[in-house]
Ligand binder design. Structure first.
Ligand code: AMP
Length: 404
């Protein structure tokens, strides 16, 4: 079965065509700056990647280009669209409606639209991607995979904010979490790697990239996560501030004369590693600068690891211990120095990093010492594969039921 995975942003359309039988990415690419004069299309894998300027006025036009590239030209991978069996869409906000992935019908589309109030840019973009597929491939089965659905198991004490209850009733303001597909994928892979049942483990999963989030998974169930109503909450990130004293917001608005949009910009785009170092949101540049003696870069580095440590402590307390810690994403998978800082001094909690294993590169691997009571694993994330597998699951289930 070949599944086309679509991740639509407000001005981009990212895609992968995945052959699930061989777990192989057949093609991937992205249309960027959709709707602008500088629109371009990147298509292909590694050295076969081609980039060209391509006018595309909207997501429909972008989708038409993608389908053309998949079925014709030098990088074609299928002869016709019949070879695409189903489409999986990444949708950011599933609210209280979706605790699992859902077959896309009119009702699901209406709910994604309704939830756009909580994630305006993201959910509207997903709808544009869905509509573009409906136009270009009418009748093709489609499944929505939500970033938030993995966290619908959180207990109310973890997902509520201590603000007047009426705002929860009125606006559904609560923690929804994000990166759920990534946390679910690495948790399942980690259990498989260890040859254990996920339901027997206390696990903390850490997605540490430009965006960062951590999740406590108690015997297979997410019980807390660091992102909140939006992906701004929680850990310090590349450009996002994560959790800060909320009083800072009105203070800065008043003293700097900032509008809502401007304060949003400060917290989402000018904070985190970039805001502290003043150099970059890219940890590699921050690392180089800190090694050259830049004090703010060193501080940014220390704050990032400190932020992860705080959540480790919180989740260990919430679960009454931990068996496995899993790290993933750009920083988690690649930066041995950051991992060393995060896990330093945690021996008394049974968390012992093996400094030699930590330096080695590779795919899925263990980096704790052989006798560490808590195992630390690196599991490269693969959200697209998870979306494709969910799509297959939902479609096959409906076929077995005879409803598709
Ligand atoms: P992601 O959002 O998962 O793509 O992760 C992006 C982040 O990973 C950026 O901050 C990169 O600097 C960081 N990253 C990627 N490779 C490395 C590396 N080898 N060492 C340090 N950071 C890295």
């Amino acid at each position: 079965m070949n599944v086309l995975v679509i991740n639509a942003g407000s001005s981009s359309l990212k895609y992968q065509l995945i052959d699930l039988e061989n777990r192989e990415v057949m093609a991937k690419g992205i249309c960027e700056r959709v709707g602008s004069d500088e629109a371009f299309h990147k298509h292909g894998i590694d050295e076969n990647e081609v980039v060209h300027d391509a006018p595309m006025e909207d997501h429909n036009a972008a989708m038409a280009l993608v389908l053309e590239a998949l079925t014709s030209g030098s990088n074609k991978v299928i002869d016709s669209l019949d070879e695409i069996d189903a489409i999986g869409h990444r949708v950011v906000q599933g609210g209280k409606y979706f605790s699992e992935s859902a077959f896309i019908d009119d009702d699901v589309i209406a709910k994604i639209d309704e939830l756009a109030e909580l994630a305006p840019l993201h959910n509207k973009a997903a709808l544009m991607g869905i509509e573009a597929c409906q136009k270009n491939m009418p009748g093709k089965p489609m499944v929505a995979v939500f970033d938030t659905s993995y966290f619908q198991t959180l207990p109310q004490k973890a997902f509520m904010y201590p603000i007047p209850y009426e705002y929860y009733d009125k606006y559904a303001l609560r923690k929804y979490g994000a990166h759920g597909t990534s946390h679910r994928y690495i948790a399942e892979r980690a259990a498989q790697y260890l040859d254990e049942n996920l339901n027997d483990l206390k696990m903390i999963t850490c997605h540490l990239g430009n965006g960062c989030s951590m999740t406590a998974i108690d015997h297979g169930m997410a019980i807390d996560t660091s992102m909140g109503l939006t992906p701004l909450d929680g850990l310090m990130m590349g450009t996002r501030c994560g959790a800060i004293d909320p009083a800072i917001v009105p203070f800065l608005m008043e003293h700097e004369g900032l509008t809502f949009d401007e304060i949003n910009d400060v917290m989402n785009k000018k904070s985190g590693l970039l805001g502290i170092s003043g150099i970059s949101n890219d940890l590699r540049s921050v690392r180089t600068a800190s090694e050259e003696g830049d004090e703010r870069a060193q501080l940014a580095y220390e704050m990032y690891s400190h932020s992860v440590k705080k959540y480790l402590g919180q989740y260990i307390a919430e679960m009454g211990g931990v068996d496995v810690i899993v790290v993933t994403a750009g920083v988690g998978e690649n930066c041995d120095k950051m991992r060393r800082m995060i896990f330093s001094g945690l021996q008394s909690l049974g968390i012992v990093l093996d400094l030699e294993k930590n330096k080695l590169r590779g795919g899925e691997r263990e980096i704790s010492t052989d006798d560490s009571p808590v195992q630390i694993l690196i599991i490269p994330t693969n959200e697209e594969l998870m979306i494709a597998l969910d799509t297959l699951d939902v479609v096959e289930h409906l076929r077995l039921e005879g409803t598709l």
